[in-house]
Design a binder for this molecule. Structure first.
Ligand code: GTP
Ligand code: MG
Length: 393
């Protein structure tokens, strides 16, 4: 018993030390206020129920408040409520079991015992959306990147080579599988130049269709001739451009998250939207363009005159495990044909009676869209997850 108590004490001391190194919340001016966030009816009702349960267990009702997780620093949540902003830990019963991990954007029933700086998360309230990815392949676990966001902005950097449309398509499938809205920001357009941007927009329209919301951005000086050429290409393609284009994706009252590889320029973009360098940014490796995982915290950033965006650390991998519904949403035309193939396990490569190949043939449609679909479908088959019996890919 004494051993257990000692271990608990050591854990507490470690937690205190870790907390001491976190930024002081009062200095974080970019954090959203409670008024800028809004829980839905279902979450409000769940909070009232949670408050009742807690008071039945002897908690003073005025210690409890509806709160939103606005930051996670090394796993420590920061919570904003109507009257306060504070760091919190989990009530012990929340640290076990499936639902132990809280995400930025989560609405919670928070408790701040009188006379304490630190709060407690009593309950995580039901999520309206859950942006998650698999970690470590098909034996890994699902990691929620953010909860209750309205839109996912996939950030993909451009360069002298053709845009990595396969990665954008992969991200799109995961986002649509989570039930979230999707937009794609093509960053670093200065590196591709006007011609490169035109090439990449054509490729992405081919792969994702014309309805996908695209915005081309670059972090460059105003008045530069090249910027105007890039803007003209974006306008000519009917897509958004620059900070205004991104702001238009996230109107006041909405919450978005940026998702992309390390070094894609997510934090740089958010700094530009904020009009000051609030977030750390880092150089990419010259050899392969990869970033160095500069961003380590997950945090909400309230944009002046617009909504809220969650900045995230870059993601190394986005394994596809059981995202068939997302695939069907991104490629509805192909998925619809797949149902008509003679063989239910058709791979759409060589089988007789393949409706997908027949359709592609008829449309003269052997290009990037079909190729992206086939490679993602192949990977999902390989990941050997139980397929939803209603979906044929
Ligand atoms: N040429 C060019 N470089 C850019 C642009 N945007 C960002 N960069 C550079 O790209 C590098 C990475 O930018 P970050 O904003 O730190 O990237 P990030 O996506 O936040 O990376 P992580 O935090 O590691 O996930 C920095 O050196 C930026 O200066 C751009 O539009 N053009
Ligand atoms: Mg960053």
């Amino acid at each position: 018993m004494a051993k257990k108590a000692k271990a608990r004490r050591t854990r507490e001391v470690r937690a205190d030390r870790a907390l001491d190194t976190l930024p002081a919340l009062a200095t974080l001016t970019e954090l959203p206020t409670y008024a800028q966030l809004s829980a839905c009816e279902r979450q409000r009702a769940a909070f009232e129920a949670a408050r009742e349960r807690a008071s039945e267990n002897g908690v003073e009702p005025d210690e409890l408040a509806l709160g939103c997780v606005v930051r996670l620093d090394r796993g420590f949540p920061a919570i904003v409520t109507q009257n306060a902003l504070f760091r919190a830990e989990f009530a012990t019963r929340l640290t076990k079991g499936d639902f132990s991990r809280v995400a930025v954007g989560d609405w919670v029933c928070a408790r701040r015992p009188h006379g304490h700086d630190m709060g407690l998360i009593e309950e995580i309230l039901p999520r309206e959306s859950d942006i998650a990815r698999w970690k470590g392949g098909n034996r890994g676990e699902r990691q929620t990147l953010a909860a209750n966001v309205d839109l996912v902005i996939v950030v993909q950097q451009l360069g002298s080579q053709e845009v990595d449309y396969a990665r954008v398509a992969r991200s799109a499938v995961i986002v649509r599988d989570c039930g979230a809205e999707l937009a794609v920001v093509l960053s670093k357009a200065d590196r591709a130049g006007a011609e490169g941007v035109a090439r990449d927009l054509d490729a992405l329209h081919e792969v994702l269709g014309d309805e996908v919301r695209l915005v081309v951005t670059l972090a460059g000086a105003e008045g530069d001739a090249d910027i105007e050429a890039v803007r003209a290409v974006a306008e000519g393609h009917g897509v958004g451009f620059g900070e205004e284009g991104v702001r238009a994706l996230v109107p006041e009252g909405t919450v978005a998250i940026v998702l992309g590889e390390s070094g894609a320029g997510k934090s740089t973009l958010l700094n530009a939207l904020l009009g000051r360098a609030v977030l750390e940014t880092g150089a990419v490796r010259a050899s392969d363009d990869a970033g160095r995982h500069t961003t380590v915290a997950r945090r909400m950033v309230a944009l002046p005159g617009a909504g809220i965006i969650v900045d995230e650390p870059g993601l190394r991998s986005l394994p596809l495990v059981g995202h068939e519904r997302g695939l069907a949403k991104v490629f509805p035309d192909i998925a619809e044909e797949a149902v008509a193939c003679r063989f239910r396990n058709c791979t759409h490569t060589h089988e007789p009676g393949c409706a997908v190949l027949a359709f592609a043939d008829e449309r003269g449609y052997a290009g990037r869209r079909l190729e992206a679909y086939l490679s993602l479908a192949h990977e999902m088959r390989q990941s050997k997850q139980t397929l939803d019996p209603d979906v044929v890919i």
